[in-house]
Design a protein around this ligand. Sequence first.
Ligand SMILES: [Zn+2]
Length: 534
Amino acid sequence: MSYIVFARKWRPKDFNSVLGQEHVTTTLRNAIAQNRVAHAYIFSGPRGVGKTTTARIFAMALNCKDGPTKEPCGACDSCKEISNSTNLDVIEIDGASNRGIDEVRALRENIKFAPTRGKFKVYIIDEVHMLTEEAFNALLKTLEEPPAHAIFIFATTRPYKVPSTILSRCQRFDFKRLTVNEIAGKLKEIIKSEKLDIEEEAIYTIARAAEGAMRDAESMLDQLVSFCGKKIDVESATAVSGTVGQEVLFDFTEKVINKDTPGILKLVDGIISGGKDIPQFVNSLVVHFRNLLVAKTSDDPQALIDLPKEMIEGICAQAKSFSSETLLYILTVLMNTQDSVRRAISQRIPLELAAIRLTRRDDLLSLTSILDRIGQLEKKLEGGTDKPETKPAPKAEPQQHKDEKITEPLSLSFERVCEVWPNFLRSILSKKMSVALFLQPAQPLKLEEKLLTIAFSKEHNFHKEALEANGNRKMIENALSEILRHDIRVDMKVVEALEKKVSVEDLLQEEHQEETHEVVKSALEIFGGNLKKR
Ligand SMILES: [Zn+2]
């Protein structure tokens, strides 16, 4: 018997075996049962989660010899041909390689003719968003008046790239990324039936590395079998998947707990020289610290963490060494790193910087002391005479900053908002550190009447959402109202890119003293910005 890859061999042949997409398969089955099949469908979702497979099963159900039926038999000629992609009534087009108008013209010519054997002609266009505009226009004409026997199924990983004129004529189904447990479950089925011998942790290593795509998990399993035969251990799985093992994540975290900067840099070096995929490693770290935060804050971590039971116990134990706020801070740093490793020419540097930040977090978290120093400089720039102190401010309880100016009645202007912004951050910091941390990358954008718009760049959307939650917005509004002595309302907005930095940097720009540079450097580190001239 010839060799068939797992992804093909284990491809689902009926609706019941499609994994994790019950919301789609149930609706499609009901549509057939109630004779309410539409002419056009759009299946959107990540790659490898079953979109084209479901499209083929739907075609089988429609054209099965006694069909349309909710449960295709899988045994009749029509079913078998569709499953082998040799059926003349089910036409599969790859949008990525057939982008042109010619293919769509041929389709329009061809669609007029009745199906050869089945009741329907089913056109499955994969990666439909890749079609050219001309091709879409031609397709649209067909969709406006489809022949009674024609059914279109468009599959896409990027539905937002499909013109709305097409989308509005389709019934849309969103396919989900599979969970680690769903993938692990299916892998176990395959392993049992193929009589493979695989360690439990190796199964989870594959399932995690697949990032929600069953097809990727099956391909990895294939690779492993040809790599090490029927007996597979966790080391081989880790090597083939290009991921790092769980023990590395635990080790990294241990070094963060112990603030072991030399140790963590050595660990990072080992990962890089081991040829591991760095963006994937940072993603794994984000998931690991997310799990720690879940363990810290949820009363049922088992339900929310995709790991074997004994590992969840390890997570819960590690979580005890952190406060939720520290975990939030670490996650913020790591999520920024996710973005910068993708853009950086040398991926090593952002990862090392993050590692240093996390192991030296106390120094960075004494935001209060640095803000105090900025406050002194600010006064000086405004004409005060007091020199900045050279000794570091004490890391004491956050102090209420006394700015005499705020006791005077003041007119409200955008400039005034920018001026008090550092004061405002300081005041928030004394109330709730996580809110101050999320506000760091933000900037005041404009003031209309008493409505202040605060801007975030796209990569900080998460920060914005966190600030919109619960009482955070209210806290921001109250703090601003108190400082500005007007009732301020706040709107938060994500913008393409933050252009001008109206913040501490501007206030400090004209300073050239050594001390100032230190403060600017620290401030920039905290505020995550670049020094820009306006
Ligand atoms: Zn059949």
